[in-house]
Design a protein around this ligand. Structure first.
Ligand code: TXA
Ligand code: MG
Length: 543
């Protein structure tokens, strides 16, 4: 069969409608992943999808609609909550599992008495449904078991020659399949997580539970609420292993376990720290970005020739749960957990009370790396970074007669204009980064505290598994700087305004310690946080 790969022109949409009405499948873009669509009211047409994909017969399909008017025909006795959810989340990446009407052929629901319904947001998907004039059953447009396709090229690789039309709508925005929910009278249960999150239902005042199989495999003899969740799935040809560990523990694991043709899948900015070939799948704290990239990365790993892949586990918060869920299945539930060493980055603007925190935490047993101290170490003449030599090429008169750095002379030149400062940082930050990495690697402490006023500027934030910022009201900070540093109020104000604002710290941190009360109050907060961080280094192992 000849597969036509076409942009969604009016002619192409007309052709798609024709093919679909005739019972043939067509590959279409949606906002989540590409779908392989067929007339949902035609059992024969639906059976064709299963054949093309090689899909297990017991895995039901989602029916796609382009108007709420299509619901009554497909379902019966729907709870009123459905219309509230439709109002909130449709069109969009949400599938509702509802009681099935007799018009829906048995092939669609694989024998269940329910049917999954979704109103996609993608304009091309909607146009195709309208062109066909019928609701469309559509699984992801991949061969069964492979990662879902998020662009037309990947559909082509899997289905070329097996279907007659592939409509190219560009890259899919979401990147993982829709959230699948069972809808009750006044609550929902997430059967498959996606872009629409548990937090969003909660926010809308709707009770929500997450089916336990989302975060683990099925137990023996357990019935799958959503049959698609029971298989190894979304998987490249390589064997995957999901590693839940802080970055340095992850690296140590790779060092011990990687073989020839092993790859790692890590977060942006971690490539240099990974001792084997690797690909990235987005920033550590940006789950939507990870979701968008994940399936494409899994396919890329095959192209790279990876035989075994060690994957950095994502957070399970928000859309992260969907990313975690897909990875867990791609790994066929093979996971490894390590808790130490945990690297905690400590930062915050000057005068907020960072030193109080680092003193208290190191007294409780955290191994302290002080970035200011490291900054002084790397500019010593004997330091292997060669930092001092490069600085003296850039700035004149900064060496004392004994060959050591005249810090005052350097500061005077570097802080005189932004360009000079950038030059100095360009030499010092990489050296500081490398030295901190080597200190982390040498340490065998379970918890490492990296005290760094310029944690983000120096790029050391990527080394941290947890980031804590200490903040305090501006007047409190001003007073503290005046008392501590013996500067004029103007100088103190200048220092304060040169730094990031509180909002920046809040957005980039996992924990905020707000130093706005008595000394005892902040000490209590520190103690609670320290306990929590230490607890993270010794958590009970999951089975
Ligand atoms: O985003 C998506 O949902 C994409 C695009 C194409 O719309 N479609 C998709 O379909 O992911 P598929 O077939 O790859 O996954 C359908 C999932 C499976 O996990 C299946 O078990 C579940 O939905 N499902 C479908 N009908 C169900 C039902 N009646 N009860 C429980 N789970 C159902
Ligand atoms: Mg699928």
């Amino acid at each position: 069969m000849n597969t036509v790969w076409s942009k969604p022109t009016p002619e192409c949409l007309r052709r798609a409608g024709e093919l679909l009405r005739r019972g043939e499948p067509v590959a279409i873009p949606t906002e989540t992943v590409y779908g392989l669509a067929a007339n949902a009211l035609d059992g024969e047409a639906v059976a064709g999808i299963f054949r093309v994909k090689g899909r297990p017969q017991d895995n039901p399909l989602i029916v796609h609609i382009a108007s709420l008017d299509q619901i009554p025909q497909l379902t019966k006795d729907v709870p009123p909550l459905v219309y509230r959810l439709a109002e909130l989340f449709w069109p969009g990446p949400l599938t509702m599992v509802l009681p099935r009407s007799d018009h829906v052929p048995i092939e669609v629901s694989a024998g269940l008495d329910t049917v999954g319904i979704r109103f996609p947001a993608h304009p091309v998907a909607q146009a195709v449904i309208r062109a066909a004039g019928v609701p469309l059953a559509a699984p992801s447009a991949n061969l069964s078991g492979a990662p879902s396709p998020t662009n037309a090229k990947r559909v082509w690789e899997d289905l070329n020659g097996k279907i007659s039309l592939l409509i190219d709508g560009g890259e899919c925005e979401v990147g993982v399949e829709s959230t699948v929910i069972a809808v009750g009278e006044d609550s929902v249960e997430i059967l498959r997580p996606g872009k629409i999150t548990a937090e969003q239902f909660q926010k809308a005042g709707i009770k929500v539970t997450v089916n336990p199989a989302v975060e683990r495999g099925l137990k023996e003899g357990e019935q799958a609420a959503s049959p698609g969740m029971k298989y190894r799935h979304y998987a490249p040809k390589a064997e995957l292993l999901l590693i839940q560990a802080p970055l340095e523990a992850f690296r140590r694991y790779l060092k011990e376990n990687a073989e020839k043709d092993s790859y790692a899948l890590v977060f942006d900015g971690e490539t240099e720290l990974t001792p084997i070939p690797c690909l990235t799948y987005g920033k550590k704290r940006e789950s939507a970005d990870q979701a968008h990239q994940l399936f494409e990365r899994l396919r890329r790993l095959d192209e790279e020739g990876a035989r075994k892949v060690f994957v950095r586990a994502p957070t399970r918060k928000g859309v992260g749960l969907a990313v975690y869920n897909r990875l867990l299945r791609a790994c066929a539930f093979q996971t490894v957990t390590r808790y130490t060493p945990l690297v905690v980055g400590l930062t915050g603007p000057t005068g907020a009370g960072k030193t109080l925190v680092s003193d208290a935490m190191s007294k409780r047993g955290a191994y302290l790396i002080n970035a200011d101290q490291v900054a002084r170490e790397v500019v010593k003449p004997e330091h292997p970074s060669g930092c001092l030599g490069r600085l003296s090429e850039l700035f004149s008169g900064i060496l004392r007669s004994d060959g050591t750095l005249d810090r005052g002379a350097l500061a005077e030149q570097a802080f005189s204009d932004p360009e000079a400062l950038e030059k100095m940082n360009g030499v010092c930050y990489p050296a500081i980064f490398d030295e901190i990495v080597s200190k982390i690697r040498k340490s065998d402490a379970p918890l490492i505290l990296l005290d760094a006023p310029t944690l983000f500027e120096s790029g050391c934030d990527v080394l941290c598994d947890v980031i804590v910022s200490v903040l305090a009201p501006a007047d409190v900070r001003l007073n503290r700087i005046l008392l501590r540093d013996g500067v004029t109020p103007r100088q103190a104000a200048a220092r304060m305004s040169a730094q990031q604002d509180d909002r920046f710290y809040t957005e980039h941190s996992d924990y905020i310690l707000l130093n706005n009360g008595s000394k005892q109050a902040i000490l209590d907060k520190i103690q609670m946080l320290t306990d929590r961080l230490f607890a993270m280094t010794g958590e009970e192992k999951e089975e």
